[in-house]
Design a protein around this ligand. Structure first.
Ligand SMILES: *Cc1c(COP(=O)(O)O)cnc(C)c1O
Length: 385
């Protein structure tokens, strides 16, 4: 089976992990800050806070931005549930914005409309979480200008998008947001097994997130309460945090992978270009890269419209029979039973729902071989014939 995505691990990656295993620190050691600094330098941010998943990063990012009960957070309807769950962990209400039918990212015209209505009803969001679907950056300039007009903060879910850029700016630079989150799950652009990182240009937010990833504990004397001098207080817990730490083995793998980020992006973009040219005669809709956008091509999602004469289900099954494990990104977040139990229902976000009925993600990853890609292309042609 050819999967839709998979990691690529080099001998150097393995050596870096083994080196840590032979060292003094398996966790809380020196490789973590090195990995954080390297990612920050690579994407042009001041700080990186490494954690055990992007889900954890989204959670502590929401907390650092002050999200709590009584607040409302908005994200894209076309996303993995983690983009919405982070608000729920903080006790906040979640709502969704439908997608643009061409970019499949949060539609900024609908965002503006929804903000105008929310201002009238007094329920403006505290934080908006745009998701760079498939690695294609959202319209950050527009979302940033709306944030000034309507007074919300921006947390980018860039789980798909390390290595992507827009208007000459790298995703992760936090030019148009408070915090940007990356995922290092094996299907994503670079991997640490499980892992994630929150980028920010604010020292205050970075320190708050560092504290939250390790139980809410500080060792900074200036933050600690004065206690009787005969008692030993080398750390204090100031607030309720978590154990969201990444290990040094993971950070070593990430650091080694990061050295190949450009290579990975080049390979993904080459594979996407081959699909672009080889699939253009099929009666399906190919992804389109917007002007001034450089996608990292985490996903290559095609749509099987009604006019194709074959259903999404037929194409999906037929690909599997040919040994191609295409996937579907995403079931709209609001359609999951957990969110439907909150009152969301079919019809709430029609563009995302239509996308769910038509989309298939084709295999794309750096080690996908030309003959494997040809097999995918032929299988898709056969499925639609
Ligand atoms: C993968 C993913 C996440 C979660 O990442 P983890 O590192 O697995 O926690 C969140 N949001 C989006 C859009 C993702 O694709």
């Amino acid at each position: 089976m050819i999967p839709y995505g998979r990691q690529s691990i080099s001998a150097l990656d393995i050596d870096s992990v083994v080196d840590v295993l032979r060292s003094d620190f398996l966790t809380q050691g020196p490789v973590i800050p090195r990995f954080e600094a390297a990612v920050a330098a690579s994407v042009g941010a001041d700080f990186g806070v490494a954690v055990n998943s992007a889900t954890s990063a989204l959670h502590i990012a929401c907390l650092a931005l002050g999200v709590g009960s009584g607040d409302v957070v908005w994200t894209s309807a076309n996303t993995f549930v983690a983009s919405a769950n982070c608000a729920r962990y903080c006790g906040a209400e979640i709502d969704f914005v439908d997608i643009d039918p061409v970019s499949y990212n949060m539609c900024t015209a609908q965002l503006r409309e929804k903000l105008i209505q929310a201002r009238v009803s007094g329920k403006l969001p505290k934080v908006v979480i745009p998701v760079h679907f498939a690695g294609q950056p959202c319209n950050m300039l527009e979302i940033h200008s709306l944030s000034k007009e309507f007074g919300f903060k921006i947390l980018e879910d860039a789980s798909h998008a390390i290595g992507a850029s827009y208007s000459g700016l790298r995703v992760g630079s936090c030019t148009h947001s408070s915090i940007v989150v990356f995922s290092f799950h094996p299907v994503k652009i670079i991997t640490t097994g499980e892992g994630g990182m929150a980028m920010t240009n604010s020292l205050e937010l970075a320190e708050r997130m560092r504290r939250l990833r390790t139980h809410g504990i500080t060792t900074d004397k200036s933050l600690m309460q004065a206690r009787a001098s005969e008692e030993i207080w080398n750390y204090q817990q100031l607030e309720l945090g978590f154990n969201y730490r990444m290990t040094d083995m993971q950070a070593a793998l990430g650091l080694s992978q990061l050295a190949r980020l450009n290579e990975y992006i080049t390979a993904r973009r080459r594979i996407a270009k081959t699909y672009d040219t080889q699939l253009k005669c099929l009666p399906i809709t190919l992804p389109r890269e917007g002007p001034d956008l450089q996608s990292s091509y985490h996903l290559y999602s095609v749509r099987i419209p009604k006019q194709a004469g074959k259903t999404q289900r037929h194409v999906f099954n037929s690909l599997i029979e040919s040994g191609v494990a295409a996937n579907l990104h995403y079931i709209p977040a609001h359609r999951h039973p957990y969110y439907e139990n909150m009152g969301f229902k079919l019809g709430d976000f029609p563009e995302s729902e239509q996308f769910h009925r038509e989309a298939l993600s084709l295999p794309i990853y750096p080690e996908l071989q030309p003959e494997q890609q040809k097999l995918v292309i032929d299988a898709l042609g056969g499925a639609l014939a």
